[in-house]
Design a protein around this ligand. Structure first.
Ligand SMILES: [Zn+2]
Ligand SMILES: [Zn+2]
Length: 156
């Protein structure tokens, strides 16, 4: 058995829960985020109740959700940059958002809100880019080492 195989078999997955604990999202240890970003757009600020959200994008097939009480709800955000609806998934009891699925990726990408991750796992997904930096309030500093975009680059 190679070292790589041993690591993959023993590493614990990353989990995230909402405030009430009804729903658990699981990211396998082997899953690699395709993108990690902070976003200051209006949607993210309203959803966070603060200046920004930190997000990590995964292939939807990498993400699993345990929802034994059937609490997961979705809401379609229509006024998106791409013009295609973005689906937000949240807990119907406590309101925490787990992820969004941008319409321009046709559901194949899941953008996990890393603030829901447990056991300090948010630190593993340090943003590499900042989106909608033009909307960053003056009391927030740009995160050093991140690439800044005024809005949303078309590649996202
Ligand atoms: Zn909840
Ligand atoms: Zn945003």
């Amino acid at each position: 058995m190679s070292d790589a195989t041993t690591t993959a078999a023993t590493a614990a997955p990353t989990t995230g829960t909402c405030l009430c604990g009804a729903i658990t999202l699981t990211i396998p240890a082997a899953a690699v985020p395709l993108k990690s970003m902070s976003c200051y757009c209006t949607h993210c600020a309203k959803n966070a109740g603060g200046p920004y959200q930190t997000n990590a994008m995964f292939a939807t097939t990498d993400i699993s959700v345990s929802d034994p009480q059937g609490q997961l709800r979705t809401y379609s955000i229509l006024d998106t940059f791409s013009g295609k609806p973005k689906e937000k998934a949240f807990c119907g009891t406590c309101g925490c958002t787990f992820y969004t699925r941008p319409g321009h990726h046709e559901g194949k990408m899941t953008v996990v809100k890393t603030g829901i991750l447990d056991a300090g796992a948010i630190a593993s997904f340090q943003p590499k880019v900042e989106l909608y930096a033009r909307d960053r309030p003056q009391f927030c500093q740009a995160l050093e080492g991140t690439k800044q975009f005024d809005t949303m680059p078309m590649t996202h």
